[in-house]
Design a protein around this ligand. Structure first.
Ligand SMILES: Cc1cc2nc3c(=O)[nH]c(=O)nc-3n(C[C@H](O)[C@H](O)[C@H](O)COP(=O)(O)OP(=O)(O)OC[C@H]3O[C@@H](n4cnc5c(N)ncnc54)[C@H](O)[C@@H]3O)c2cc1C
Length: 346
């Protein structure tokens, strides 16, 4: 591969690191510029579910996750303030691993494979040929409507009724999920008015749930790891096609699927895998940059369009107070809705 063209990936999160690993496995010279430093906590439900699991297996990373302490989630339950679904088996098991461990493990693997990893390197220039955008979520630009923000903290001493518990409230939801090291990830997505500011004290309260709620009871004895607390705001949840982007993009840089689906990390992994072949071909001068961009964007849109459309409506339905009770009744009486929603958002 001497003389082959090298690739720079801007953003060393899940998508950027997976792409870097895939390209290194094909012998392509790769540099990743990552603005942050590892290990670090991120706002994420830390629940990998969907076709991205097969990507991990194909790239030989599944075993690495297991060695890093990943645990399987096999059951899930939904809770409202006064109602709950019984714990249900997930149609397929999910992989649960803290981003603190996951991202650092992948960064190490990328470097072991000979990749150049630049931490603390925030790219601020223009994207040129040979540069891929893996910079994560785009910031919400629309001034009106709901503004979404995410919060996360790890806790010990939490006993769950299912491997994944989703606690829905009028303001959003909190997911509780067992992760590595005997901890439980407490992660929520909430909406606020554009001008509203949410104080730190109030953020903790949002994660702990309203008084007398099942969430508050679940976390009554929890010991929180304050160092793991993180927040993210300005989340853009309107689906966008990859073909609309002028750069080659992977992961949330294309678009962010509503987190309630637990499929964003899978999309990051899948889009990275879809990009490996065309970028390796560009590096060998067998494909133009423009052809590689069209191929990657077209493949991503073909794979993601349906699940993005379903996810948008599913989030609206689950977070609409008037529909929550009928939904719980439906989910308790039949497997049909449960399985349909799971399948269509993956
Ligand atoms: C509340 C919430 C809960 C979620 N829960 C889940 C879940 O349970 N399951 C799931 O699958 N997904 C979940 N997600 C989504 C998931 O976290 C994302 O889809 C995933 O992290 C996307 O990976 P990425 O690599 O595209 O972006 P990121 O992981 O955000 O990585 C982007 C990286 O780019 C770097 N960067 C940005 N700009 C620059 C620059 N200019 N120069 C250099 N580096 C730069 C950043 O520092 C960052 O490290 C959730 C998201 C939220 C908000």
């Amino acid at each position: 591969m001497a003389g082959a063209k090298s690739i720079t990936i801007v953003g060393g999160g899940l998508a950027g690191l997976t792409l870097g690993i895939g390209l290194r496995q094909r012998g392509v010279r790769v540099k990743i510029c990552e603005a942050g430093h590892y290990p670090r906590h991120r706002v994420c439900g830390e629940f990998i579910s969907g076709r991205g699991e097969a990507t991990l297996a194909r790239l030989g990373l599944r075993e690495l996750m297991a060695q890093a302490g990943a645990v399987s989630a096999r059951t899930a339950a939904f809770f409202l303030t006064t109602q709950a679904t019984a714990p249900r088996p997930l149609p397929s098991a999910a992989i649960c691993l803290s981003r603190f461990t996951l991202d650092a493990t992948l960064a190490r693997k990328f470097q072991e494979l000979g990749g150049e990893f630049h931490e603390g390197d925030r790219f601020a220039g223009d994207f040129a040929e040979g540069m891929v955008r893996a910079t994560g979520r785009r910031v919400q630009t629309e001034a009106g409507g709901s503004h979404w923000f995410g919060l996360k903290i790890h806790a010990r001493n939490v006993s769950l009724a299912a491997d994944l518990e989703m606690h829905v409230s009028p303001r959003g939801y909190v997911g509780l999920c067992r992760i590595n090291g005997g901890e439980v990830n407490v992660c929520g997505l909430f909406r606020k008015r554009a001008a509203e500011s949410v104080e730190t004290k109030h953020r903790y309260e949002l994660l702990r749930g309203q008084p007398d709620s099942p969430l508050r009871q679940r976390l009554a004895e929890a010991e929180f790891d304050e160092n793991s607390f993180c927040a993210v705001a300005g989340l853009e949840l309107q689906p966008q096609p990859a073909a609309a982007r002028v750069e080659i993009c992977v992961g949330d840089a294309i678009t962010m699927i509503p987190p309630i689906t637990g499929n964003g990390m899978s999309m990051a992994l899948e889009s990275a895998e879809l990009a490996v072949g065309p970028l390796a071909a560009w590096s060998r001068e067998e494909m133009s940059w423009s052809a590689a961009r069209h191929k990657i964007a077209g493949d991503c849109d073909a794979v993601f369009a349906r699940r993005l459309a379903w996810a948008k409506w599913l989030q609206r339905i689950i977070l609409a107070p008037a529909l929550q009770s009928p939904l719980v009744l439906l989910a308790n009486r039949s497997d049909w809705f449960w399985r349909l929603a799971f399948a269509r958002t993956r």
